[in-house]
Design a protein around this ligand. Structure first.
Ligand code: PGA
Length: 250
């Protein structure tokens, strides 16, 4: 049985005051929700602040990306070991904004995934097609290519502690959500690919859906067999909406 994971990607939002209020609001609100797993991904500057508030609670935290090198002259970058030092459990890799705005290739994403696993972090691998790719009937080919690049690098064993997040690019921040059936079809496709490699790992790997998840659509998404939670952007910036999404797991 895969436990639902509700994860908040705060992107480049926040201030010390906002992070304090949001983290406290989430911790308080989730006391009355189903026992889902929880994570937030603040900007790196706020990791210490979230760690101080969340340590010893149900709330896990992680970073939005990492540099694959262990250390060195990489101005502006942060390594997997540094994230571990801040108590991170998870790290996002291959978010569509990293791919499209910062030029991360499938190979770059695979290197980050491998570095995360090597450091004991649990990578959340984001995959998804653009609108043009969907309309061209290329959704499965695109997510297969993105997944295969990582499989080639780490093999099935590399997914033992990993999570996938299917995030159709056309649904991120647009208010458009894939229908539960559309999402389920891609989730099943991804799971079958993992199962073909390793039945145990494929069966236990969580596949989150991301793209305009909100309290109103969470329950229908979570009811799908292969949707094991959500990666939430905009709606994770208010405690009420994030907690409302967790309620969808009941
Ligand atoms: P959204 O973002 O919920 O604002 O669509 C999701 C994401 O980018 O992870």
């Amino acid at each position: 049985m895969r436990k639902i994971l509700v994860a908040g990607n705060w992107k480049m939002h926040g201030s010390k005051a906002m992070v304090d209020a949001l983290t406290r609001g989430v911790l308080e609100g989730v006391e009355s929700t189903p026992a889902v797993d929880l994570a937030v991904f603040p900007p790196n500057l706020f990791l210490g602040q979230v760690q101080a508030l969340a340590e010893g609670t149900r709330l896990n935290w992680g970073a939005q990306t990492l540099n694959p090198h262990a250390e060195g002259a990489f101005t502006g970058e942060v390594s997997a070991a540094m994230l571990r030092d801040f108590g991170c459990r998870y790290v996002l890799v291959g978010h569509s904004e990293r791919r499209s705005l910062f030029g991360e290739s499938d190979a770059d994403v695979a290197a980050r995934f491998e570095a995360a696993v090597a450091a004991g972090l649990e990578p959340v691998l984001c995959l998804g097609e653009t609108l043009e790719e969907r309309e061209a009937g290329a959704t499965e080919a695109v997510v297969a290519r993105q997944l295969d690049a990582v499989i080639e690098r780490v093999g099935a064993a590399g997914f033992a502690q990993a999570t996938l997040a299917y995030e159709p690019v056309w649904a991120i921040g647009t208010g458009l959500t894939a229908s539960p059936e559309q999402a389920q079809a891609v989730h099943a496709f991804l799971r079958n690919k993992l199962v073909a490699l390793d039945g145990t790992i494929g069966g236990q790997t969580r596949i989150l859906y991301g793209g305009s998840v909100k309290p109103a659509n969470a329950a229908d998404l979570f009811a799908q067999e292969d949707i094991d939670g959500a990666l939430v952007g905009g709606a994770s910036l208010t405690a009420e909406d994030f907690v409302g999404i967790c309620r969808g797991a009941s």
